[in-house]
Unconditional design. Sequence first.
Length: 274
Amino acid sequence: GQWLAMQQPRLVHAHFGPGGAMVLPLAKRLQLPLIVSFHGSDATLDFAYAWRFRAYQLYFLRRRQLIEYCSAVLVPTDFVLQQLVRRHGFPEDKIVIQRHHVDAELFAMVPKPEPGRILYVGRLVRRKGLHLLLRALCLVQKSLEFHLVVIGDGPEREEYEQMARAFLGSRVSFLGARAFSSVKEELRRAWVFCMPSYTQPSGETETFGVVYAEAQAAGVPVVAFATGGVPEVVAHGETGLLAAEGNVEELAGYLALLLADKRLRDEMGARARQ
């Protein structure tokens, strides 16, 4: 605290709700305004589940003080705003929606789409829904040519690779975690972007999904589930197609539609970039 006071800060900005709770006594002691950014599961986690984690215990113990003391709360979507108002008790007039930034280079890229190329970029965890995408592609494979490129790593990778080999053979490539420059190159080559993220029993969900915004900036139409904050990022029927959460058949139908219809794909890609 003494060292911090010597730096003469004007403001404290805490990332994630538990971070705000942790730094609250320090901000009070130094009489500094405090801004807290909520990013995702810190707003959506089921309270009973969250109590397992020490950081969240501290947050729940100090939540009322935090609500009273903080000057402003930043959130990426109206979905997160509603979570904080309805479940956490924050007053709406303290909350500001600040959409996530997208790398400007994506807008300048010249697309070189390759036939049937579907791109997934995300961690290989249950919530991101790669297993549901693989199931959807099993329904599509008899009628259409496609190749799924998977960028990302995670605890489910081995299971998903086995699943992909068993059901789709050589139609799926796992590239592992890649630098953003590599992701950009894959976005140039993609016909469609698909990450069918869905809500977990714990309350974890997709509160924004920067990858959807990045795909759209690169002129790639998106197929996903209408979950969490995703409908605020992807305009259904305009910049992409959003299936009901968990409906694999609808997801497959939307993928098939975009793979088969060049005009629709081009129109949605152009609108996505706009």
